[in-house]
Design a protein around this ligand. Structure first.
Ligand SMILES: Cc1ncc(COP(=O)(O)O)c(C=O)c1O
Length: 461
C-alpha cells in the first residue's frame, strides 16, 4: 500500500464508526504485513496460497482492516462465505449464546437441537415439494464427497459425471471431479476411478448447449455406461470456473437425462447458494428440482459448516453410521447458520442481491467502455454472483490474465480486495456482502475503476 493510500485509509478508518458494540482497535500495530509474510513463509506450507499480501486484524460487514491499520472494502467475502457480511451482529450473538451452553458433543454421541433445527430449515428452503432430509458436515468438499456416497448407495452404481471448468473441492474424490489441473490437481494424482467429464457450454470455446449435450451423449456411448452412473454433478453457476451460469435449457435437459437413466442430479450450490444469485439456490432460476444439493459457505456467515439436502428416501439409503464425522454439524456453526439464514430473510437479501447485480452490471459496462475499451469482453452471472472477463482485444478475445492480476494488485493498493477466477484466470468475480451499503459498493466500484485505468496504463507504458 502506498503512503498516501495508507494515510487516506487510516483517516477513513476513524471516520467509519463500527455498528458492533466492540470498538475496533484498528490502529497500526507493531506487527507488519512484511514481518508476517516472512513468518508465514517459514512456518506454513507453500501449497496454501493467499491472494492478498496483507493480514487481517478486524472486519465488519464489507470492510476489513489489516494489521497495519489499512482499511479495505471487501469484494471477496472470504470466497463467497459472507453474503451476510463479516461478523453479522445476529450471527455473532447466536454463536456466543451457543458457546455459553456447549460447543461440542459430537452429534453421533450426544445429539442436540440446533442440528435438527438447521436440517428442518434447509429441508424447507430447498426447491421441490417432496419430503427432504439433510446431513451436516464441516467443509464443502466433505459435502460433495457425501453427496456422491449417498448417490452411490441410492443407485447401487459407481459412476459420477462432472463438467469441464467445474470445481468441487480439493480432497481426492472431489479433485477427481474438479476440472482444472493447475494449481488444484498438479502432481497430486492419481484420482479415483469412475469419474467422467462432460463438456460445459462455452461461448468462448464455441460450445453450444446442443454441443455440450451431444458430448454427454457421446460419453454415454464411449466411456460412461449410463446404467453404471450414480450421479451427474453440476454447479448451477460455475464458481472457480468463471461465474458462468448453466443455460436453463441445459439444466432442464440434464434433469430429463437423469430421469431417463435413473441418475441422481446433484446441484453443487456451495458457492452459488444462500442468496448470492437472488434466490436461495441458483438452480431455482431454471425451475429444475435436483435430487441432492450440496451447501456450505454463506449458509453460516463465516462459520465452518456444510451439508447435503436431498430427497428423504435417497438420503436414507446410507445405513446408520455410514455418514457423519466427529465435528459434522458443530452446534456453534449450526446456531450461526440459523441466524445467518434468518438475517437473509429479515433483511430482504435475496432482493438486495438482484438489485446489486443490476448495479454492478450497469457500472461495469460503463466503466469498461470508458476506461478499458475492448478489454472487458464479458459481464456475466446471476444476481450479485457476477464476473467480468478481460481479454487482450475483442477481435481475438484472447484471455488476459496479466491485466486481471494487475487490476487486483492496483485495487489492493487503493483499498479494495478482489479475487480472480476462470479457467484462464482472466475473470474478476464479485462476492461482496449483500449487506454492504450503497456507499461502500460505490466506493469499491470507484476503486475498481481507478485500478483498471492504472492496469491498462501499465500495459500501454
Ligand atoms: C462449488 C464448490 N464446491 C465445492 C467447494 C469446496 O468447498 P470447501 O473449500 O469448503 O471444501 C467449493 C469451494 O470453493 C465450491 O465453490
Amino acid at each position: 500500500m502506498t503512503t498516501t493510500a495508507k494515510k487516506k485509509s487510516r483517516k477513513s478508518a476513524t471516520k467509519t464508526p463500527p455498528k458492533i458494540s466492540v470498538v475496533p482497535d484498528v490502529a497500526a500495530t507493531a506487527t507488519t504485513n512484511a514481518s508476517l509474510i516472512a513468518r508465514r513463509e517459514a512456518a506454513v506450507a507453500r501449497g496454501v496460497a493467499s491472494a492478498a499480501p496483507i493480514f487481517a486484524r478486524y472486519a465488519e460487514n464489507a470492510l476489513l482492516w489489516d494489521v497495519e491499520g489499512n482499511r479495505f472494502v471487501d469484494f471477496a467475502g472470504g470466497i463467497a462465505v459472507l453474503n451476510t457480511g463479516h461478523r453479522h451482529p445476529k450471527v455473532i450473538a447466536a454463536a456466543k449464546a451457543q458457546e455459553d451452553h456447549y460447543t461440542h458433543t459430537s452429534f453421533q454421541v450426544v445429539p442436540y437441537e440446533p442440528y435438527i433445527a438447521l436440517a428442518e430449515k434447509l429441508n424447507a428452503l430447498a426447491p421441490g415439494d417432496h419430503t427432504k432430509k439433510s446431513l451436516l458436515v464441516t467443509t464443502g468438499a466433505e459435502a460433495v464427497e457425501n453427496a456422491v456416497k449417498i448417490a452411490r448407495a441410492a443407485t447401487g452404481r459407481p459412476g459420477v459425471i462432472a463438467f469441464t471448468g467445474g470445481y468441487h473441492g480439493r480432497t481426492l474424490l472431489t479433485l477427481g471431479m474438479t476440472g482444472k489441473i493447475s494449481p488444484y490437481k498438479k502432481d497430486v494424482g492419481p484420482f479415483p476411478s469412475d469419474i467422467f467429464r462432460a463438456p460445459f457450454p462455452s461461448v468462448r470455446d464455441g460450445i453450444t448447449v446442443q454441443d455440450a449435450l451431444t458430448g454427454l451423449q457421446n460419453l454415454f456411448l464411449t466411456d460412461a455406461q449410463p446404467e453404471r452412473i450414480a450421479a451427474i454433478i453440476i454447479e448451477p453457476v460455475l464458481g472457480e470456473g468463471g461465474y458462468t451460469p448453466v443455460p436453463f435449457e441445459m439444466m432442464q435437459a440434464l434433469r430429463d437425462i437423469c430421469d431417463t437413466h435413473g441418475i441422481m442430479l446433484i446441484a453443487d450450490e456451495i458457492q452459488a447458494g444462500f442468496g448470492r444469485t437472488g434466490t436461495w439456490f441458483a438452480i431455482e432460476h431454471s425451475g429444475v428440482v435436483p435430487d441432492l444439493i450440496t451447501v456450505a459457505k454463506s449458509m453460516a456467515g463465516g462459520y465452518p459448516i456444510a451439508g447435503v439436502i436431498g430427497r428423504a428416501e435417497v438420503m436414507d439409503s446410507v445405513i446408520p453410521g455410514g455418514l457423519g464425522g466427529t465435528y459434522g454439524g458443530n452446534p456453534v456453526a449450526c446456531a450461526a447458520a440459523l441466524a445467518a439464514i434468518e438475517a437473509i430473510e429479515e433483511e430482504g437479501l435475496l432482493a438486495r442481491s438482484t438489485a446489486l447485480g443490476e448495479t454492478f452490471r450497469a457500472r461495469f459496462a460503463e466503466i469498461g467502455a470508458r476506461v478499458a475499451p475492448y478489454r472487458m469482453w464479458d459481464i456475466r452471472g446471476l444476481g450479485a454472483m457476477l464476473a467480468v472477463e478481460f481479454v487482450t482485444d475483442f477481435e481475438t478475445a484472447k484471455p488476459d490474465p496479466d491485466l486481471t492480476k494487475a487490476v487486483v494488485a492496483h485495487a489492493l493498493q487503493r483499498g479494495l480486495i478482489l479475487l480472480a477466477c476462470g479457467m484462464h484466470g482472466n475473470a474478476l468475480r464479485i462476492m461482496v456482502p449483500l449487506t454492504a451499503s450503497d456507499a461502500i459498493i460505490d466506493e469499491g466500484l470507484t476503486i475498481f475503476e481507478e485500478a483498471l485505468a492504472a492496469a491498462v496504463a501499465d500495459q500501454q507504458s
